[in-house]
Write a protein that binds this ligand. Structure first.
Ligand SMILES: *Cc1c(COP(=O)(O)O)cnc(C)c1O
Length: 289
């Protein structure tokens, strides 16, 4: 399904005043609606839903979730019904933001639930209840992270990438994407994650998902927490976009690239390190934020 709609990708090497080589892998260009890492996270889940003859996809997310937007479009495109369970019951009374409006336009039924109820999102009983309510449904967890998502994300790196880069950088939300990259990496590569969330807990999450050790997730470029921003971050994004003609957003890729540039300037990477930074997309959310 998904491979037939993928656009050809181009990698862009930036000119830097440094011996470090920084190349951006433009996953944001893979598809206008199923953008970036979400393409890889969803592909095998949709295949599994089809193989099991499910007709409805159910998934979870916040009001600005790129995963919700991508799932709604993919469901529409490949002939499934979709249900989005959205965190925050107060949103039901407000006009929909662009992310949710787009999801609804693609036919997603939006169910707004309280934060307390949302916390049950991985509990067996709650999921069984959902399956009773929506017969013949396939449930994808929040952010789309499960084993099939990791399998999909392990296809992000090409054989060329495995040979020709020393460090792979990516933004981290739920940890599925970085786990796929870790699984696909060679022993001489290091995978460096930039957490979009505050705290080091994502290191524990990912350690549960892989037995490899050639990786680390930093949380000191999260700018105070998920979707939090500062004028300095916006200034960085603006100057980066102007200089390199590559769009960034402020939740994931802007913070990752801010972090990479900061680490380069502090001498974190050894000379001549070849870095591949994954542009994981998310630009639909830029307009919405
Ligand atoms: C969802 C998302 C991420 C986080 O991916 P995880 O697999 O949840 O860690 C990173 N970047 C962008 C642009 C995203 O939309």
């Amino acid at each position: 399904m998904f491979n037939t709609i993928a656009h050809t990708l181009s990698d862009q090497t930036l000119s830097l005043d440094s011996s470090i080589q920084l190349t951006i892998k433009r996953l944001d260009q893979i598809h206008p609606q199923i953008s970036g890492n979400k393409f890889f996270k969803l592909k095998y889940n949709f295949l599994a839903a089809k193989q099991h003859a499910k007709n409805t996809l159910i998934t979870f997310g916040g009001a600005y979730s790129n995963h919700i937007a991508a799932t709604a479009y993919a469901a529409h495109r490949f002939g499934f019904q979709s249900v989005g369970i959205i965190r925050g019951e107060e949103l039901a009374k407000k006009p929909l933001n662009p992310t949710l409006a787009t999801a609804q336009q693609f036919g997603m039924q939006l169910n707004f639930i309280s934060r307390e109820q949302y916390r049950l999102k991985n509990q067996r009983e709650y999921l069984a209840e959902l399956e009773t309510h929506y017969p013949n449904s396939y449930i994808i967890p929040e952010g789309g992270t499960n084993q099939l998502a990791i399998q999909g994300c392990s296809e992000i790196l090409t054989p060329y990438d495995r040979e020709n880069y020393d460090v792979i950088c990516c933004a981290v939300g739920t940890g599925g994407t970085i786990t796929g990259l870790i699984e696909a990496s060679t022993a001489h590569q290091h995978i460096l994650g930039f957490s979009a969330l505050k705290g080091t807990f994502l290191n524990d999450v990912v350690a549960q998902l892989t037995s490899k050790k050639n990786w680390k997730i930093l949380d000191n470029y999260c700018f105070g927490g998920y979707a939090k921003t500062t004028p300095e971050l916006f200034e960085f994004i603006e100057s980066f976009e102007k200089k390199y003609q590559i769009p960034l957003e402020q939740v994931y890729t802007g913070k990752m690239l801010f972090g990479i540039f900061d680490l380069i300037s502090k001498g974190y990477f050894s000379e001549n390190t070849r870095i591949l930074a994954i542009h994981s997309g998310g630009l639909q959310g830029k307009a919405a934020l």
